[in-house]
Design a protein. Structure first.
Length: 82
């Protein structure tokens, strides 16, 4: 059951990050991929800052994944041609 929550949170976080950084969301697969990688990156960044998100907290995990996805999209945009 947790795996399904991770997919839902990853898709929502990827969509939100796409809306925040570019003003448009990608497709479902792209949002899911960005959200999942963003969740890992967000967990690492929050760990570096000493911020703990409880495992059962859906809102906390969503915020952490969204912050990580935004960071990922900002890093990717640095390497894209304009």
């Amino acid at each position: 059951m947790n795996f399904i929550w991770y997919i839902i949170i990853g898709a929502v976080a990827g969509y939100a990050a796409g809306k925040i950084t570019k003003g448009k969301g990608g497709g479902f697969c792209l949002n899911l991929l960005v959200g999942i990688i963003g969740g890992v990156l967000g967990g690492w960044l929050f760990g570096l800052m000493g911020i703990q998100v409880y495992e059962g907290s859906i809102i906390g995990n969503l915020v952490m994944s969204t912050v990580g996805a935004i960071a990922l999209l900002c890093i990717v945009s640095l390497f894209q041609r304009k």
